[in-house]
Design a protein. Structure first.
Length: 233
């Protein structure tokens, strides 16, 4: 148990799926897991442990932003002996080829955040996902005929940008889109010697201004959820 997680060590599985939204964690547990048990509700950051086709898995929310996922990921890796965390979140698209509901597998996360430097002095603007887990996701996507877009994404500290230079991040830095957590997750996995990957569904497009309402973001990412669960079973 920690100040942020009331679960006992044995309540948490070795593999954790991590959406940002606590209500998405609840949705996944209720619709995909057998014998799901609520093991944490501190600060409303729900965590459920159950079984998916015989595989024990925990689904736990991370909240929004690098500081939040940094806390939960570190504690899961360090104090709960979790081996793998797969973020299953949303992403705002930059790239013109992406559409609403498209799935992105982040192989790298670029960030101009100071998160890694402050956390342990790392001076690196790019963090990489674990390729063993990422390759399993790619293989399962092919098997299930699910199209995924692979590449680099931008993890930002700021949601409301006054000067959001889309072309800089997309054209110059090759980022497919933007979210707020993957860079920190990949960094913490590296620090702890563990594995992390990131799947994200396009919930809005920064060029076309299309976007999904909050309820759809909570309950309409089933293709991504199924892909993540099938990749770990």
């Amino acid at each position: 148990m920690t100040a942020h997680n009331e679960a006992k060590k044995e309540d948490i599985a070795k593999i954790v799926l991590m959406p940002g939204d606590p209500l998405r964690a609840k949705y996944i547990a209720e619709n995909y897991l057998e014998e799901a048990k609520l093991v944490n509700k501190v600060r409303g950051m729900f965590a459920y442990t159950g079984n998916y086709k015989g595989k024990r898995v925990t689904v736990m929310a991370s909240g929004m932003g690098m500081p939040s996922i940094g806390i939960y990921a570190y504690e899961l890796f360090k104090f709960y002996d979790v081996d793998t965390i797969i973020r299953i979140g949303s992403i705002g698209a930059y790239d013109e080829s992406l559409k609403i509901f498209d799935i992105v597998l982040a192989l790298e996360a670029y960030s101009d955040s100071s998160f890694a430097y402050v956390q342990n002095g790392t001076k690196n603007y790019i963090m990489k996902a674990d390729m063993d887990i990422s390759n399993k996701i790619m293989g399962k996507a092919k098997e299930l005929n699910i199209i995924i877009n692979q590449g680099r994404i931008y993890s930002t500290d700021v949601f409301y940008h006054e000067n959001d230079n889309i072309d800089y991040y997309n054209k110059k830095l090759d980022c497919l889109g933007t979210e707020m957590e993957a860079f920190a997750l990949f960094h913490i996995a590296n620090v702890c010697g563990k594995k992390a990957a990131c799947l994200a569904t396009v919930s809005d497009h920064l060029r076309t201004k299309e976007e999904l309402p909050a309820l759809e973001r909570e309950k309409s990412f089933d293709k991504m959820i199924k892909l993540a669960l099938e990749a770990i079973k």
